[in-house]
Design a protein around this ligand. Sequence first.
Ligand SMILES: [Zn+2]
Length: 247
Amino acid sequence: MIIKDYFKNPKLFVAISDIRDGNMSFVWGQSKEVVESRKKFFKKIKIDPKNVVWNHNVLGDRIDVVFSKDRGRGVFDLKTSPENDGFITTEKDLYLATVVADCQVVLFYDPKKEVIAIVHAGRPGVEQGIVPKVIKILTKKFGSKPKDIQIAISPAIKKCCYKFERIDKSLDKKWLDYIEEKDGLYEIDASKRTLDQIKDAGVNTKNVIVDKTCTCCNKNYFSHYRDVTLLKQKDKGRFAVIFGMKK
Ligand SMILES: [Zn+2]
């Protein structure tokens, strides 16, 4: 487990689980084990699970606004999880959690409007523009100005590892701008595409922090690509990213 001070702001809390904390996803493991792993994780990070809302990723671009009434949803079962790829909240002491392995988790904070958001940006999410969609919602519904929005992108697979022998036909054409051919392989730079989307949405890149950690290189993290594509093994699970504004 690691506490991340991406925003250099004591009012915010970001924690990321690692492989020793266990699989955090009900989709990729036994419920009992996931509940145990999550309980231990909350103890370590000193967050009361009653103040957490945990989503069930649908791999699209659905974003929900969550409120105090959503506290505790999805924390110890999948049934009560909001089905979406991201949340927004203005509630203090309400921690937003999601699971991931290789995809980007993008965290948003507007210090002027005191609003935060977290999204799981998988390939479909990037293609559907989930990140600019959050910026649009923050602007339209919460009165944020893009120039005030601060963003952090969690550890994710980087182009050092995200390589394929051929270009998948299901990729949208925009990816071609982010694919480089090297030694007969095609490297995909998903971080760069997300960064460009953020820039196009009017956010100042000096307010954006991209965690340099590659989840495939760094064995502290679960990596779908490492397990399945490289090692031809079973997918071992997902790590958690949790984000909130303290009381
Ligand atoms: Zn790598």
